[in-house]
Design a binder for this molecule. Structure first.
Ligand code: AMP
Ligand code: MG
Length: 332
């Protein structure tokens, strides 16, 4: 099949609507990363997403709707969630609610909950308004690979396998949405993102962070899997250990390899003279640059040498989480 990459014109949206009606899968721009979407009510279409990605069958999908969609059709909405929707939607916050069972059970992999997101990207909004049904969509990458932040990244993973990519340019946010469990009395972050714990607590008074305990069934199954891995060898060093990182670089060069550092701006400045991908200076810049640089890294480098950024908290929690997992490190 030929994969078309088209801007969100009226013709494109009409074609996207036909495809979704026919049970096909369509990739689309969002402000976080590109999504791989299908009609959430259609079992076969949802299963197609899992098959295309090679996604484990117990990793649930997020349902995407436009701003005018009445989500009370799909889920129970605990009273405190109203304030969160008003404060952060449309935007990069996914909320997990008790499900009313109106979408395919394959979306939530049998869980009694449903996660719903209202993206702010005008391209995503136009697509979701055109189809006017909940669209189940994970990130549009092969399972475990780096998430896509351009239409080209989606093409790199799925050319010939999907009919359409709705191209809205680069995703500015850069990391996936915050996933917030809203089924308890106090909301709890299952996956860190651009909407931070501090921002959520400032609206509803308190916000927990979920940490999986050893041996426990994870609340957010996706977080248990290896993720975001670039297709080249990797090494990882703390910011206090750049001498060792430089020796590692030298060994790779000596073996006729192409080593690159991936580091925050201040560290790249100190490493001038070496090949270095500059993540940026602020947490927001690092979020926006991370996936594009991991993908550029796997194309250019034989060994990508990550150096841990120093700052912590806020948006950096989400960036660190993705960075450590891309380099096969676990968070403490
Ligand atoms: P992705 O689509 O690749 O961004 O992954 C979606 C993330 O949301 C995964 O980490 C899932 O485990 C999580 N998720 C989706 N639906 C639910 C749900 N109903 N309950 C808990 N986590 C969910
Ligand atoms: Mg993903």
């Amino acid at each position: 099949m030929k994969t078309l990459v088209l801007p969100p014109s009226a013709d494109t949206l009409e074609y996207a609507k036909e495809l979704i009606k026919a049970g096909e899968v369509v990739a689309f721009h969002t402000e976080t990363v590109y999504g791989l979407g299908a009609d959430a009510r259609n079992d076969a279409a949802v299963r197609k997403i899992f098959a295309l990605k090679g996604r484990p069958a117990d990793n649930p999908l997020i349902s995407h709707v436009h701003s005018g969609y009445d989500i009370s059709v799909l889920v129970e909405t605990p009273p405190y969630t109203e304030a969160l929707r008003r404060a952060f939607l449309p935007g990069p916050l996914t909320m997990v609610y008790p499900s009313k069972g109106k979408v395919s059970p394959a979306v939530s992999c049998g869980l009694p909950t449903l996660s719903v997101r209202v993206p702010s990207s005008p391209t995503a909004q136009a697509f979701l308004r055109a189809v006017d049904v909940p669209i189940a969509a994970p990130s549009a990458n092969r399972s475990k690979h780096v998430s896509p932040v351009t239409a080209q990244h989606v093409l790199d993973d799925f050319e010939g396998d999907i009919p359409l990519i709705i191209d809205g340019g680069a995703s500015q946010g850069g990391i996936e949405s915050t996933v917030l469990d809203c089924t308890g009395e106090v909301p709890q972050i299952l996956r860190a993102g651009l909407v931070t714990r501090e921002m959520i607590a400032s609206v509803v008074g308190a916000c927990g962070i979920y940490h999986m305990r050893a041996g426990e069934k994870p609340k957010s199954p996706g977080m248990a899997y290896k993720h975001y891995a670039p297709g080249c060898r990797t090494a990882f060093f703390s910011a206090d250990n750049t001498e060792e990182a430089v020796r590692c670089y030298g060994r790779e060069k000596g073996a006729n390899g192409r080593p690159y550092f991936l580091a925050e701006h201040a560290v790249c400045e100190r490493l001038s003279g070496y090949d270095c991908f500059d993540l940026g200076a602020s947490p927001e810049e690092m979020a926006a640059n991370l996936y594009a640089l991991l993908r550029e890294g796997e194309r250019k480098a034989t060994l990508l040498i990550g150096i841990e950024p120093r700052c912590r908290g806020g948006v950096m929690d989400g960036v660190r989480n993705r960075l450590l997992r891309a380099f096969g490190q676990s968070e403490n």
